[in-house]
Design a protein. Sequence first.
Length: 401
Amino acid sequence: MNRIIIFALAVIISACSVKDQSIGDKSIVIFNEEAVNFNPAENCTNLDEKIIKVDNGRIILKKVQLPKYSKQATVSVQTEIKSAGDPWDKTGSLFLIPQSSDINFLLDSDFKAQFENQNIEFPGVVPTENYKPSIEILRFMTPFGIGYYSNDPKLMKRKPVYIPHWEEKVVWEQDVTQLISELEGEVWIGAFIDVWTQGGYEFSAKLNYTESKAEVDPITKTQVIPLVNTVRYIEPEKLYDGFSRGNLEYTFELPANYKSAQLHYITTGHGGHSGGDEFVKKENIITVNNEIVYSDIPWRDDCASFRRFNPHSGVWTEKRTAVMGNLKTGDTKELEIDEFIASSDYSRSNWCPGSQVEPFVIELNNLKKGENTISISIPQAQQEKENELNHWNVSAYITLQ
């Protein structure tokens, strides 16, 4: 009898210890030095093409087949960009079209028709019955002319003494494991750059999957719920200055209570004039079910550290008082000097030219079964005016376990 019991236990233990199926590490190239530019002649909406271009080439789209892991895995995105003639800093976004969205960029007429007969001031920002906003994999800001202008003899005179050379490209990498349930199977992935030149940029992106080395380590399934996205990708979407007139709210429904949930929030302010939302600190406030979960000023004051990526940035002088020392005597004295400063050096609303934008990750503990409401407020945001293109690019999604 004891032998039978021991054998049965051994069978049970063996069954519970079956190795999870392994597919190993994977690296999936999405785009390889693909042109993103403004060129109406390059529009291509033929779904049979490998790369689809819409909005006059400012958006590129590709259908990719991504691995589906049964073992625990992490995924990161790596992107590269260099100028192909565009000298300016521009908003960029690598995104995926949710598989649950029936309406998307590829069905252009249906996408526009979805909002034509509705009184919606800002189409495409929040979900509707047939539409889910794109999920941002990575928000980035292009540098001033990297690569194309990096060897321009005239621009060598703008190079600070502490930079050995202008860089030829910029590379960004970000962990996006929280999106792994959306980054499996057949997925449409796109890249958008707010470019208005025919030269534009060369853009590359790939996803790197790293599988757990443990024999038994089943993957934790995560559900992703798109909430809002104000990035202006394609008509009828437009620059979002709605925060100047009120809160952005969206009510979503959950099938159960959730103790483990995270809100992923990406925000950047824009408006290039001196008093615009780009250069003035503005508080962002998020409430979920009337409870404040985030209240802070998203701001970057380290933009000067990206100088080597911005050869075409404009340069000015600003007067300042500096303390100068004499190495021989040790004496010091104050002098008024003209110090060089580049446009790319100035602090901005959560971005720098040549930087990626990290999402704010906010723990949520009050998500309940049924309706839940998120409200995003930027009380001091300004309206868009002629030559003052104030707007905020905000996107958010929730991950549930």
